[in-house]
Design a protein. Structure first.
Length: 295
């Protein structure tokens, strides 16, 4: 199974050209594609509904969009026109359930601060369940990112206890497809334990919020891969934490490895390899790929 995370910057490449087909070509062979900064009616012009455009570019994938920001479109036609941007996940396997959790944000005087979201999806490649969490954390404040990571880790830990969007423990078979719920037992997805957490975290591996996700370094053994936490797929594949660049910012050259793919402890031995596509030019970010032996 090949997984990729890519902040597409609404499709605008390093050359200033907005080109969604170029985005699709960059990640076309991945099974699970997690994108950030995907827009719907955010800007005028052809292809403003980027979710629909990307759906057409990936006809063999299933799709789920989670808007982080959803506001009235004052220039749109009709009462249902919305301006949205957020995260989008495409999967070669059916997405059995999807839900989105808004992450906390607080205004900062003199700066624009936008809502961020964590998208949770359940898929079953080859019949084995897997959770995917696609997110994009606050760009401005480390304190806010720390808070967001704490909330995010709590909801990931709690998800197996809560179950999927609809639960039916002990429900008589005759209750399904009846009355207001109108679902079948086959529509209720179990909540699996293995999880992949990925996206644009706006944090480098030396940040305290990174330590919250993977655990602090041991003074003797270094970065241990703790079973109850997550591990960085790039680090598992031999890339030192101080190396690698996923974001290009000439004004801030140290703000580089800020996109990540993290895997839960049960997936650590299944990570075959991970890498950054340093030749990608379709965004100001560069995608991270991981190959995972699953199941």
């Amino acid at each position: 199974m090949k997984v990729v995370t890519y902040n597409i910057q609404w499709g605008m490449g390093k050359d200033g050209v907005i080109d969604l087909p170029r985005i699709a070509q960059t990640v076309h062979d991945a099974d699970i594609i997690c994108l950030q900064e995907v827009e719907v009616n955010w800007r005028d012009g052809d292809g403003a509904d980027q979710v629909s455009v990307l759906a057409s570019l990936f006809p063999d994938h299933y799709l789920a969009f989670a808007p982080a920001v959803d506001i009235h479109n004052s220039s749109g036609s009709g009462k249902i026109a919305r301006r949205q941007y957020g995260v989008l996940t495409l999967s070669r396997w059916p997405i059995l359930s999807a839900r989105a959790y808004p992450l906390p944000k607080y205004p900062v005087v003199g700066h624009l601060v936008d809502q961020t979201v964590a998208q949770e999806l359940i898929i079953k490649p080859k019949g084995s369940g897997l959770r995917i969490y696609n997110t994009h954390l606050n760009y401005l404040s480390q304190a806010q990112r720390i808070h967001q990571v704490e909330v995010l880790l709590k909801l990931i830990e709690d998800a197996p206890k809560q179950g999927g969007p609809v639960s039916g423990l002990g429900v008589d078979a005759r209750e399904y497809q009846e009355d207001w719920m109108a679902v079948g037992a086959e529509d209720l997805a179990d909540m699996p334990l293995p999880a992949i957490l990925l996206g644009d975290f706006n944090m480098r591996p030396n940040a305290p919020e990174y330590d919250l996700i993977v655990g602090q370094k041991d003074p003797y053994y270094g970065r241990l891969h703790k079973a109850h936490l997550f591990s960085d797929a790039l680090t598992l594949s031999g890339l030192p934490e101080e190396d690698g660049k996923t974001h290009i910012d000439e004004n801030n050259p140290n703000f580089n490895r800020i996109d990540h793919i993290f895997v839960s402890g049960d997936l650590v031995p299944k990570v075959k390899k991970a890498w950054i596509d340093e030749d990608a030019i379709a965004s100001d970010h560069q995608p991270i790929f991981a190959e995972i032996n699953w199941p």
